[in-house]
Design a protein around this ligand. Structure first.
Ligand code: NAP
Ligand code: MG
Length: 401
């Protein structure tokens, strides 16, 4: 059988620990035998980031701008313990943060739904994708403890020196105060990324905030979304048969719980932080969560939502058997390959991605899975496989389809 040919390389960002081990197995068993794989390789493993003074991370993000599609392995974000473990020159920043800052995107996270791993919410039949705005609000706040009676004001000083003031509160005794901000440009690119992703995946888009209470701040988010939608996306949404829907955040939460799923839920930064953990745990497992960064210019970076699975890696180093779930990492590859297929008009490549995803799902639904899933499945007597055997089982399923 001849291999599928590619025309444009994928930007391949290798990573760390157990996911680095899975990365190689996935390539060897599931990709290279079937595709004449073209990638531009960047080693984001912590050792190489350290050797290059983290330049490799920046280069990989720049390459993503050049080619449009990247696939990323999970990477270590260094902390004090990693400084000694890897003998680092500096406590390098989170690669995801660096890449996001360069591509200026929104992260979309969606669970991979399989029969036998039932969501805790009975009505959910289809995945719910969370789109989290990743700039500002409480994450870039300024806070003060107020020791006693006094007045707190917001002061804006324009470049020409003119001032605008607003009273926050006149304190009679001690308390606390917090200042938050966001910028129109960031909210606009968040909106564009959400509308583009909804069109791409043909799903409705929900957005919610608390504009009835926050009449200027949250209202600005609501207005920007509506203006951009009316001006640039309404016709395309009509044509695709999907809808954009705005509501209050408390109403959205209530509706989500009663929904069937199958839509994108755009969230402000804090809401997205909280709700993505709720959605992923209610759908079953972090190891079954995909993640894609979509830039407003239409660059895509696919990865798994989980980390490097450090605990399993240490077992692996000791020569012990591991049962690490590779599905989200495989879906990072299939997401990137499908997108490449669409952009380069290579339908075989997109079809390969669909078939490999189907093979992952069928393998699990046939009762063959890793330990994390075996612990929560409703399938009787599942077969628990180790990391490598699970991938080999997926290959067998793939070849049987
Ligand atoms: P983690 O790698 O997500 O793993 C946390 C735990 O979740 C694991 O110990 C394991 O539970 C379970 N788990 C996660 N993925 C799994 C999989 N594929 N298969 C089976 N079980 C899975 O988070 P972490 O251990 O807190 O972080 C490790 C490193 O990852 C850190 O250095 C962090 O900086 C990095 N990280 C990177 C990214 C990224 O690159 N996107 C994201 C998050 C964290 P059991 O041990 O109970 O089996
Ligand atoms: Mg969180």
């Amino acid at each position: 059988m001849s291999k599928i040919q590619m025309t444009t390389p994928l930007v391949e960002m290798d990573g760390d620990e157990m996911t680095r081990i899975l990365w190689q197995m996935i390539k060897d068993e599931l990709l290279l035998p079937f595709i004449d794989l073209k990638t531009e390789y960047y080693d984001l493993g912590l050792e190489h980031r350290n050797e290059t003074d983290d330049k490799v991370t920046v280069d990989s993000a720049e390459a993503t701008k050049k080619y449009g599609v990247a696939v990323k392995c999970a990477t270590i974000t260094p902390n004090a313990a990693r400084m000694t473990e890897y003998n680092l020159k500096e406590m390098w920043k989170s690669p995801n943060g660096t890449i996001r800052a360069i591509l200026d995107g929104t992260v979309f996270r969606a669970p991979i739904v399989v029969k036998g791993i039932e969501p805790n919410v009975k009505s959910w039949k289809k995945p719910i994708t969370i789109a989290r705005h990743a700039y500002g609000d409480v994450y870039k706040n300024t806070e003060m403890r107020i020791p006693g009676a006094g007045k707190v004001e917001l002061v804006y000083t324009a470049e020409d020196g003119t001032e605008e003031r607003a009273l926050v509160h006149t304190f009679n005794g001690p308390g606390v105060v917090q200042g938050q901000h966001n910028i129109d440009a960031s909210i606009e690119s968040f909106a564009h990324s959400c509308f583009k992703f909804a069109l791409d995946t043909k799903q409705d888009l929900w957005f919610a905030s608390k504009d009835t209470i926050s009449k200027k701040y949250d209202h600005r988010f609501k207005d920007i979304f509506q203006e951009i939608f009316d001006k640039e996306y309404k016709d395309a949404f009509d044509k695709a048969g999907i809808e954009y829907f705005y509501t209050l955040i408390d109403d959205a939460v209530a509706r989500v719980m009663k929904s069937e799923g199958g839509f994108i839920w755009a969230c402000k930064n804090y809401d997205g932080d909280v709700m993505s953990d709720m959605i992923s745990s209610a759908f079953g497992s972090l190891a079954m969560m995909t993640s894609v960064l979509v830039s407003p210019q239409g660059y895509y970076e696919y990865e798994a939502a989980h980390g490097t699975v450090q605990r399993h890696y240490y077992k692996h180093l000791k020569g012990e058997e591991t049962s690490t779930n590779s599905v989200a990492t495989i879906f990072a590859w299939t997401g990137a390959l499908r997108k490449r297929g669409e952009l380069d008009n290579i339908p075989e490549l997109s079809a390969f991605a669909d078939k490999l995803e189907q093979a992952c799902i069928k393998t699990i639904e046939d009762g063959k899975m890793t330990k994390d899933l075996a612990l929560i499945t409703s399938i009787d007597n599942p077969t628990v496989l180790n990391s490598r055997d699970f991938i080999i089982e997926i290959r067998k399923t793939f070849e049987s389809l």
